[in-house]
Design a protein around this ligand. Structure first.
Ligand SMILES: Cc1ncc(COP(=O)(O)O)c(C=O)c1O
Length: 366
């Protein structure tokens, strides 16, 4: 028996066949087809945002978003993220400046951002990591005060709301990922979210080689377009996603109840006024109190056929491309360094059975 850290939820195949039939009839495979237009509109409605630009994946959306915002120079960001965030900054010929994170949510610590601003800083790229909203009000105040762009890597926050409104409405842009491992997937896929019509237009030019018309190229664009197959699949997934989130919620409740009093194991809990999406279930392992290190627990689970993941270890600031940067020094990133050493993401997906979850819990507590 193997239990993986995640498992994608697929809609019934029968329900997808009529969509495929339509694609075969239309013979319109990509380039803003019927399903693409419908998916953008339905997603904007579901998410409670004005404009959605669909992408072939989240990484290209990040790269294109930085171009759309004309970000240059230094970008203040978190080291506690998937490498895509830092790589997008590097691919845009910008320098990532790593800033430490909050001990409770593992998101960028606004109190530490201001001291990192220099004349070369043009943007802040925070990450709503594990679906936990960043301190958006404080980050907005800093960005407004210093005239910086605010571009959220929102890969993990599909469906997350704060005070009843989408978290995606904060900042100049937000990027969603629809990768197979996410709460909402289109196999591969992603989107940029904006409330600015002109920005939406510019993003759409940039994701289509810079074309603004048949013979007009207005910018050195890329190819980030989502095709009709995945847009159609996304429409079907959208019908399922609230049920998915509720099932994940129940899994989280069971983990929290079982692990609440285990010495040396710390779970994260729901934040007030936030609708979470339970995209991950991270725990922190305190070696002295638990009796095993995080890595020893990881190995123990593996021996039971349970594949947890050490997201996000190593920190991005520890990878060879970035570790020489002055801001990458572990002494500047004490919270991130400690969390990266202690964190373990347990299996979390809608169809995780009670039996399998009990095996995971027994392996941790036994
Ligand atoms: C925080 C974060 N940023 C960016 C990405 C990149 O998204 P994609 O895999 O859709 O390219 C991911 C996930 O894969 C992610 O977890």
């Amino acid at each position: 028996m193997s239990i993986f850290v995640t498992s994608p939820s697929l809609p019934p195949l029968d329900e997808f066949i009529p969509y495929l039939r339509k694609i075969w009839e239309n013979k319109w495979l990509t380039n803003n087809g019927e399903f693409h237009r419908e998916f953008e509109a339905k997603l904007a409605e579901y998410l409670g945002v004005k404009y959605v630009s669909l992408f072939t994946n989240g990484m290209i959306a990040l790269q294109v978003g930085m171009q759309a915002l004309r970000i240059t120079g230094e970008v203040i960001t978190t080291p506690f993220t998937f490498v895509a965030t830092t790589h997008a900054i590097h691919w845009n010929n910008c320098t990532p400046v790593f800033c430490d994170i909050e001990p409770d949510t593992f998101t960028l610590d606004p109190a530490k951002v201001e001291s990192l601003i220099t004349p070369r800083t043009t943007a802040i790229m925070p990450v709503h990591v594990y679906g936990n909203p960043c301190k958006v009000e404080e980050l907005k105040r800093i960005a407004d005060t210093y005239g910086l762009k605010l571009f959220y890597d929102a890969a993990h926050v599909f469906g997350v709301k704060k005070d009843g409104a989408s978290i995606l409405n904060w900042g100049d842009l937000s990027m969603l990922s629809f990768h197979a491992t996410k709460v909402f997937n289109t196999f591969e896929g992603g989107a940029l979210i904006t409330n600015d019509e002109t920005m939406k237009k510019r993003i759409d030019f940039l994701k289509n080689f810079g074309f603004a018309g048949e013979t007009t190229v207005v910018a050195p664009g890329s190819n980030g377009k989502m095709d009709e197959f995945r847009a159609a699949y996304g429409l079907l997934q959208l019908k399922m996603v609230d049920g998915e989130i509720e099932k994940r919620h129940q899994v989280a409740i069971r983990y929290r109840e079982a692990l609440r009093n285990v010495p040396g194991i710390r779970c994260l809990y729901d934040l007030p006024d936030v609708r979470h999406n339970y995209s991950y279930f991270p725990i922190l392992v305190h070696e002295a109190e638990y009796g095993l290190s995080r890595d020893a627990l990881y190995d123990k689970l593996k021996a039971h056929g349970i594949y947890s993941r050490r997201y996000f270890y190593p920190l991005c600031s520890d990878f060879p491309t970035y570790r020489g940067l002055p801001s990458a020094a572990p002494a500047n990133l004490p919270v991130a360094t400690k969390v990266a050493q202690q964190v373990l993401c347990l299996p979390m997906f809608a169809e995780l059975s009670k039996n399998d979850q009990a095996s995971i819990i027994n392996a941790i507590t036994g």
